[in-house]
Ligand binder design. Structure first.
Ligand code: AMP
Length: 283
C-alpha cells in the first residue's frame, strides 16, 4: 500500500493504471475510520481492480464556528486498517496542496445544497462539491463510493456528476450501525457516555416513524412532529431539523405517496449527528 501526498504523483499513478486498463475505485473519507468507511471500501473493492482511499479533512466544508480544529484523527490507526483491507493507495494531500495560494474557484449544486443540512451549514455543500470534483480530477476514478448516511451529499454528488458530464459511476452503501442502532460516525467520538446513550433516541424515533407509516399515517407534518416529540423527550437532545422529503429533489413532502426520505440532524453536547431512513407507503 502506498501513501501518496502529492497531487501530481497521484495523477501520474492513476494515468498509468488507466493505460493498463485497470478500473480505479475511489472512496473519499475524512479519516478516523470506522465500520461505515470499511463497508464502503469492501463494497468498492467489488467494482474495480485498484482501490484508492482519500483521507482529507476538507477545510472548505467547515463553517467558521464548526469543529475542524477538533475533528478527530489518528492516521497510524487508519493506515493499519487500510493495510488490512488491502487498499492500494491512501491519498492524503495537505490543505495547502489542495487549496494553494490564490485559489478562488467555487462549485455549487444550487437548490440541493441549500436544503436540509445546507440550510444550517451555509457553504458546506459548496466545500463538498469542490473537494469531490478535485478528488475526481486528481484520482480519475471510474467508480466513486459514498455512504447513504450522508444522503444529501450522495444526491448532490450524483447531480454534480450528471450536470458536469463526469464519466464516473456512483456506488451507494447503506448506513452501518452499531449493534444498539446508533449510526457509526467519526463524530460519535465527541459523545460522553451519557450522550451516547441519549443518542439512541434517533434510531428509536426513526423506527417509530416506520411503524406509524405501517399503521397508515401519511401526513408529512404529523410524522415529523411525532419524530421531534420522540427525540425531544430525551433531555440531552437538541433538534436542528427533522424533515420528510422527496428522494431526488429533497423538497419537503406534505403527504407520503410511495417513498420518501426522513432525514434529521440533532445535537448531543458537542456532537451534531445526522441520520435518515427511507419510508415506504407500502411496507
Ligand atoms: P466522512 O469520513 O465522515 O466524510 O465519511 C466518508 C464516507 O463514509 C461518506 O461517503 C459517508 O457517507 C460514509 N459514511 C460515514 N458513516 C457511515 C455509516 N455509518 N454508514 C455508511 N457510510 C458511512
Amino acid at each position: 500500500m502506498l501513501v501518496v501526498e502529492h497531487i501530481h504523483e497521484m495523477q501520474k499513478w492513476s494515468e498509468e493504471q488507466r493505460l493498463q486498463g485497470r478500473r480505479i475505485v475511489l472512496v473519499p473519507t475524512m479519516g478516523f475510520l470506522h465500520q461505515g468507511h470499511l463497508s464502503l471500501i469492501r463494497e468498492g473493492r467489488k467494482s474495480g481492480d485498484r482501490l484508492v482511499v482519500s483521507v482529507f479533512v476538507n477545510p472548505t466544508q467547515f463553517g467558521p464556528c464548526e469543529d475542524i480544529a477538533s475533528y478527530p484523527s489518528d492516521f497510524e490507526r487508519d493506515r493499519g486498517l487500510l493495510e488490512r483491507e488491502e487498499v492500494d493507495i491512501i491519498f492524503r494531500p495537505s490543505s495547502r496542496a489542495v487549496y494553494p495560494e490564490g485559489y478562488q474557484t467555487a462549485v455549487e449544486v444550487e437548490r440541493l445544497g441549500r436544503t436540509l443540512c445546507g440550510a444550517y451549514r451555509p457553504g458546506h455543500f459548496r466545500g463538498v462539491a469542490v473537494v469531490v470534483l478535485k478528488l475526481f480530477n486528481i484520482v480519475q476514478p471510474h467508480v466513486a463510493v459514498f455512504g447513504l448516511k450522508d444522503y444529501q451529499q450522495f444526491i448532490i454528488v450524483s447531480r454534480l456528476i450528471e450536470d458536469l458530464n463526469l464519466n464516473i459511476n456512483m456506488v451507494a452503501v447503506p448506513i452501518v450501525r452499531d449493534p444498539d442502532g446508533l449510526a457509526v460516525s467519526s463524530r460519535n467520538y465527541y459523545l460522553t457516555q451519557e450522550e451516547r446513550k441519549a443518542a439512541l433516541c434517533l434510531q428509536r424515533a426513526l423506527g417509530r416513524a416506520e411503524n406509524w407509516v405501517r399503521q397508515g399515517e401519511r401526513d408529512g407534518r404529523k410524522i415529523t412532529n411525532q419524530v421531534i416529540a420522540e427525540i425531544t423527550s430525551e433531555p440531552l437532545a437538541r433538534v436542528e431539523y427533522v424533515q420528510l422529503c422527496d428522494l431526488k429533489s429533497l423538497e419537503v413532502i406534505e403527504s407520503l405517496h410511495d417513498e420518501a426520505l426522513l432525514a434529521l440532524a440533532v445535537w448531543f453536547g458537542k456532537a451534531r449527528l445526522i441520520d435518515n431512513i427511507i419510508l415506504k407507503a407500502e411496507m
